[in-house]
Write a protein that binds this ligand. Structure first.
Ligand SMILES: Nc1ncnc2c1ncn2[C@@H]1O[C@H](COP(=O)(O)OP(=O)(O)O)[C@@H](O)[C@H]1O
Ligand SMILES: [Mg+2]
Length: 248
């Protein structure tokens, strides 16, 4: 049975979808079958990031309303074998209920090694749907106080949902910006602000931003892509030390 991970944050624009696409791609490169579930009904952007926006016809809303079989709403990534996407509906009115999400995920988990659920911003119905079927959560935050406050609130919301296996991913880290901001003295302060154990630091990386915008593949050798690759290895249980942040 596949491992089901929700990628969440509270705040929008912190890199959840980028991380979902990057991690899915990294797992697929490791030879694993990976499914991304776009939980962001209304804004759905993973189809664009994966380069299938043009071909998508059906989404999870069509499956639930009986217009399409489940496998018709799952698309193969054109640039990465073993990577798939279950597309989100275009309307927030079609957010999948938590109960149905659990049924969907349990039906799908036997066909994939990893399922990553990309959570929308906020802690409303979309959040409840996205976290319902997850067994672990990656909490994404940039290293700034407002975002970390949202991450801390999300940690509590996840605990309320019974999702206790949480790890923090600090995204868009830049040593220079971090020092200039001057709010935190070290990464330990950042971890304390979120209240969640750290699993990865992903640097600010124009290569990742371009990949997300382009929809034609993720870089392999930029600092950001390498950091996501190390995160994938850790999720598979490998002991991979954090690299020195001086590099970022
Ligand atoms: N590590 C990174 N370095 C540079 N840009 C990033 C990084 N992570 C995300 N971005 C950019 O930040 C913006 C928001 O990312 P996105 O993944 O859509 O966030 P979310 O899903 O949390 O709303 C996008 O333009 C994306 O390309
Ligand atoms: Mg997103």
């Amino acid at each position: 049975m596949g491992v089901v991970t929700v990628i969440t944050s509270g705040k929008g624009g912190v890199g959840k979808s980028t991380l979902a696409a990057g991690l899915g791609s990294a797992m697929a490169k490791r030879g694993k079958r990976a499914l991304l579930i776009d939980g962001d009904a209304g804004l759905s952007c993973l189809d664009h990031m994966l380069g299938i926006a043009q071909e998508r016809v059906y989404d999870v809303g069509d499956v639930i309303s009986g217009n399409a079989e489940l496998n018709r709403a799952i698309y193969r990534c054109p640039w990465q074998e073993r990577l798939y996407l279950l597309a989100a509906p275009f309307s927030e009115a079609e957010i999948v209920s938590p109960g149905v999400m659990k049924q969907l995920v349990s039906a799908l988990a036997r066909y994939y090694d990893y399922i990553f659920i990309d959570c929308p911003a906020g802690l409303g119905a979309g959040f409840a749907s996205a976290v319902a079927a997850a067994e672990r959560a990656l909490l994404v935050s940039t290293p700034d106080p407002v975002c970390l406050r949202n991450a801390a609130r999300t940690r509590v919301a996840l605990e309320h949902e019974g999702l206790l296996q949480q790890r923090l991913v600090v995204n868009r880290f830049s040593g220079e910006a971090f020092r200039r901001q001057g709010v935190y003295h070290s990464l330990d302060d950042v971890i304390d602000a979120a209240g969640v154990r750290l699993i990865a630091v992903i640097p600010e990386d124009p290569g990742l931003a371009a990949a997300g915008a382009g929809g034609s593949g993720f870089p392999e050798h930029t600092q950001g892509a390498l950091a996501i690759g190390r995160l994938a290895a850790r999720l598979e249980g490998e002991q991979v030390p954090l690299v020195s942040l001086r590099r970022f």
